[in-house]
Design a protein around this ligand. Sequence first.
Ligand SMILES: [Cu+2]
Length: 148
Amino acid sequence: MKTAFASFLLAAAGAAFAQTAAPVAVHGAWARSTVAGQDSTGAYMTLTAREPLTLLGADTPAAGIVEIHEMRMEGEVMKMRAAETLPLATGKPLQLAPGGFHLMLMDLKAPFQAGSSIPMTLRFRDAQGRERKLPVDVPVTRMPPGKH
Ligand SMILES: [Cu+2]
């Protein structure tokens, strides 16, 4: 009885630690596969911050340059522009998706093949001005997950 209670406490402490360790939840990450000769692509995911954070960017060994981009309509023309940073409100999911905000991967080191995945490290700044990093494994697919 005593032993069971102690291991329950340990498990609870472990879960609490795991939650505080990751300042943001990442869901549905994917990067679009490329065709021969294409040297840039987009990475997409939904970010839900557990504390006030600003997305500073990301690094991956699969690309020489990663930028935060935004697609938006200007008049009747879809335009893409770079954003320096992207603020995340606590608890409010921010979607990086085709046609909106995305991570633009340029100077790709090799073609992105569907079925593979690329390691990426997201970089954030917290309210205390500290840099926080979160490693994410990003699956490479031809279409958004769940669509055909
Ligand atoms: Cu872009």
